[in-house]
Design a protein around this ligand. Structure first.
Ligand code: NAD
Length: 413
């Protein structure tokens, strides 16, 4: 089964529960447009290498497309289409005036020089420039892309359009028109979701332990916000393996250590080393996969001992695991809700760019919290009302938001 087919399973369940018009479902199911581009790049050694990139505009029903660009050696069309679909649902759930989209370039950024990375980035924007823009489709960072890459993208797009175009992209540095509180937004939102689900389950924060898979942008900020909220992080992993410490990790110290250790956490003093897989199977209150898709699968779901799973990564749980976790009575706060803090603050960045008027970090944090708690409760209530999981509840909320405009715009009769 492809990732895209798997992603549609909870949507199928949700559409049956709300009796969604099959015509509306057919519209929602397919991306509006997906392009593949080839990007010729002059390499440092004088040769030219042609890279492949994608941009999938999933939906413009509720607003312009919105979604990150991923640089990874395994990026493929199926992945980009799926991530675009999740963005449409994520934006609809968060109540943002956006559709969804996603992009990617097949490249391992560790294997190219900074100059080559810049030329790949600019070449990608040259290729997709006619399709993107502040009212068309708005890119952002994703795996292996960051504020520097967003700055090159903005510079290239501004040159092509002969004007200053900050609003066509989010996730920029503050000096480039970015928003305060954007870097930490996804992790902060994950912890808002953790605190809300703990409240619903009657578990006090002081009694809750956490395991986090991944220590990149999302994982490290999730860890920092977890600690600030009073949660104890007892297990953590990254690509280099896992660590446990029953006394709890200090994420700032771990981050400082990783900076001196080629960016990875292996060998952190005072903690016990375990495998990355074992981190997923720790007996904790909350397990937070924050690395990549398909980490909790039919193979390891039976070993999950956490009381709750909160998905910080996109698509970390496969459809077989979903069934197993539901049977085991482990609630899953789905990705489209739990990691929606990133796109919510991207939306704030876009609004600030359009108005050329900037907010304080306190304003950003307060507005994000309000929007996330509202989205959380809508989904929790939908799941209760239809006696289903929060994942299906999330798709119910998204489909209900999309169905009426599809009809009123005359896309279906
Ligand atoms: P990142 O590249 O900054 O970090 C990824 C982390 O995962 C790294 O620490 C890496 O070492 C670790 N990792 C990779 N493979 C692993 C494995 N097998 N086991 C354990 N750790 C592993 O990426 P990110 O921006 O933090 O994104 C992580 C996830 O969150 C992705 O699924 C992404 O789509 C999703 N997401 C990101 C944002 C955002 O704002 N950056 C927003 C929403 C969702």
């Amino acid at each position: 089964m492809s990732l895209f087919e798997m992603a549609k399973i909870p949507m199928e369940k949700a559409s049956k529960l709300i009796n969604l018009d099959p015509n509306a479902k057919a519209v929602i199911e397919q991306p509006e447009r997906t392009v593949e581009v080839s990007i010729p790049v002059r390499m440092d050694d004088g040769t030219t290498k042609v890279f492949t990139g994608y941009r999938s505009l999933n939906s413009t029903i509720l607003g312009p497309g919105k979604g990150g660009v991923r640089f990874h050696q395994n990026v493929c069309l199926d992945e980009v289409k799926t991530l675009g679909f999740w963005m449409t649902c994520k934006c609809a759930i968060a109540g943002l005036p956006y559709g969804g989209g996603k992009g990617g370039v097949i490249v391992d950024p560790r294997k190219v020089s900074t100059g080559e990375l810049e030329r790949i980035t600019r070449g990608y924007i040259d290729r997709i420039a006619p399709l993107i823009g502040e009212k068309k489709d708005i890119p952002a960072p994703d795996m292996n892309t960051n504020a520097q890459i967003m700055a090159w993208m903005m510079d290239e797009f501004s040159k092509i359009n002969c004007q200053y175009c900050p609003g066509f992209i989010t996730g920029k540095a503050v000096s480039m028109g970015g928003s305060l509180g954007r870097t930490s937004a996804t992790g902060r939102g994950v912890i808002t979701a953790v605190c809300e689900i703990l409240k619903k389950k009657g578990i006090a924060i002081k009694d809750a332990t956490v395991a986090i898979q991944g220590f990149g942008n999302v994982g490290s900020w999730t860890a920092k916000c977890a600690k600030a909220a009073g949660l104890k992080i007892v297990a953590i992993s990254d690509i280099s393996g896992g660590l446990v410490d029953p006394n709890g990790f200090d994420p700032d110290k771990l981050e400082a250590y990783a900076k001196t250790n080629k960016g990875v956490i292996a060998g952190y003093p005072g903690a016990k080393a375990i495998s990355g897989e074992a981190v997923l199977e720790q007996d904790v209150t909350v397990l937070i996969p924050a690395a990549m898709e398909l980490q909790i699968t039919g193979k390891n779901a039976n070993n999950i001992k956490a009381k709750i799973v909160v998905e910080a990564a996109n698509g970390p749980t496969d459809s077989d695991a979903d069934v197993i976790l539901e049977k085991k009575g482990i609630p899953v706060v789905p990705d489209v809700l739990a990691n929606g803090g990133g796109v919510t603050v991207s939306y704030f960045e876009w609004v600030q760019n359009l108005y050329r008027y900037f907010w304080t970090e306190e304003e950003v944090v307060e507005r994000q919290e309000k929007m996330m708690v509202k989205a959380f409760n809508k989904i929790y209530d939908a799941a209760e009302k239809y006696h289903t999981t929060m994942r299906v509840g999330a798709y119910i909320v998204a489909l209900e938001a999309l169905a009426e405009p599809i009809k009123m715009r005359g896309i279906i009769g």
